[in-house]
Design a binder for this molecule. Structure first.
Ligand SMILES: NC(=O)c1ccc[n+]([C@@H]2O[C@H](COP(=O)([O-])OP(=O)(O)OC[C@H]3O[C@@H](n4cnc5c(N)ncnc54)[C@H](O)[C@@H]3O)[C@@H](O)[C@H]2O)c1
Length: 382
């Protein structure tokens, strides 16, 4: 009989894809997920594509990572824990602080408490961390002759329409570099605080009891199946629904801000490689390793849908948003032998083909506007 893998948040985007791949490899899979309405809609049986992909294919426990009874049921006989369950909205985390700490930090603490205090067969604990913990990431200053890790840009600078990243009085422009795992940690959102907290708790506790822990700092994961209804995450889903409903795309800053997009299949491959590898307590970046500007995202999507929609560069900004960040994936290549296979254009084509066959989510552009309004009301967006 195959080993038993518990995936918390296993009905979500990464978790459901991981579950199917693990099942195909002969593992037994158990999922603990509360089918959060923000991700799965009000009636998951009908409204959740992701839940539909794993339903009846593996053992499913409808429950929460902050509920002791659910944890005890879920942990029985488990060999590997892949802890993905989390609240994931960066902007939202800035005004739902207790909720993010409770689900992300306390949820992880409770799972670790269970492992430390109960007899169990856990061999490895995988924790989903995030590139958000690096904040702005790594730059090179020719003026100082060294790498620097700038803090977030000030509201005054952004209000003046100057979006470039600055470092401590350095006048000449900085050069963007890939962020490696030894880069400075600069958490710029409550979400990022909880992600760093989760990975450090897991690494510290697992080490003390001799269980291997692997933390993955995922970049922006995308692909077929990602939530099209959660307005708080997922630029690809948001832009897709705006393009397909003929609405205007309002692009923040000057549109040259960039992110590293990594395709879901690459992410699940890398995660399984980390689970199976004979390694003890490691942290890995998972990204494609290429910065892609927001304008390029919008244009690539419009090409794939063969539709043009109005695009306005608004100069608006969200406080705490980073300008750029892309992963240095040297370590994961070297230690796990992982190289991403799907480049941005190919991945977007696959994503867009999937979106085309989904029921249109008519309310998603309005709920996206509402989510921006919430940020404006709380002074988090200008
Ligand atoms: N997708 C990305 O781009 C990305 C990037 C960096 C890090 N991550 C991390 O990877 C993990 C998975 O991300 P995802 O994109 O699959 O997110 P997702 O929102 O699609 O999935 C999260 C799942 O967790 C479940 N969940 C939420 N609260 C829960 C609770 N209290 N108990 C049990 N289940 C709960 C939700 O119902 C959902 O199915 C998260 O920890 C996230 O922070 C994701």
């Amino acid at each position: 009989m195959g080993k038993l893998v518990l995936i918390t948040g296993g009905a979500g985007f990464i978790g459901s894809n991981l579950a199917l791949k693990l099942l195909a490899k002969g593992y037994r899979v158990r999922i603990l997920d509360n089918l959060s309405p923000q991700i799965h809609g009000a009636n998951p049986e009908v409204t959740s594509f992701l839940y539909g992909t794993i339903k009846n294919k593996c053992e499913f426990i409808l429950g929460s990572v902050i509920n002791d009874k659910d944890i005890a049921t879920a942990m029985s006989g488990v060999n590997y824990v892949i802890h993905l369950a989390a609240e994931t909205g960066t902007g939202q985390s800035m005004y739902q602080i207790a909720k993010y700490v409770e689900i992300n930090s306390i949820g992880t603490a409770k799972l670790l408490d269970y492992i430390v205090n109960h007899k169990n067969e856990v061999e490895k604990f995988i924790i989903a961390s995030s590139r958000s913990i690096y904040g702005e990431g790594k730059y090179y200053s020719a003026e100082l002759g060294k790498f620097v890790f700038p803090l977030s840009r000030s509201p005054q600078q952004l209000e003046a329409g100057d979006f470039d990243v600055k470092y401590n009085g350095v006048n000449s422009p900085l050069s963007l570099c890939a962020t490696d795992e030894d880069s400075a940690i600069n958490t710029e959102s409550l979400y990022a605080v909880t992600k760093f907290n989760q990975e450090q708790m897991a690494l510290t506790v697992c080490k003390s009891i001799g269980i291997s822990c692997v933390a993955f700092r995922y970049q922006n994961v995308y692909g077929p199946g990602q939530s099209l209804i959660n307005p708080y995450t997922g630029i690809l889903a948001i832009f897709s629904s705006l393009i397909n409903s003929g609405s205007t795309i309002r692009i923040f800053e000057d549109g040259l801000e960039s992110r590293d997009f990594v395709y879901i299949d690459d992410v699940t491959d890398a995660t399984i490689m980390g689970m199976e590898a004979n390694i003890f307590n490691e942290v890995f970046n998972i990204g494609y390793g290429e910065p892609i500007s927001v304008i390029r995202v919008a244009n690539t999507l419009m090409d794939c849908y063969n539709r043009k929609t109005e695009m306005i560069i608004t100069g608006e900004f969200r406080l705490g948003d980073i300008r750029h960040n892309y992963a240095d994936i040297t370590k994961i290549k070297k230690v796990l032998g992982f190289t991403p296979k799907i480049n941005f254009e190919e991945g977007i084509r696959k994503f867009a083909s999937w979106v085309k066959i989904q029921r249109p989510v008519s309310s998603s552009s309005e709920s996206y506007e509402r989510s921006l309004e919430e940020l404006r009301e709380k002074g988090l967006m200008k």
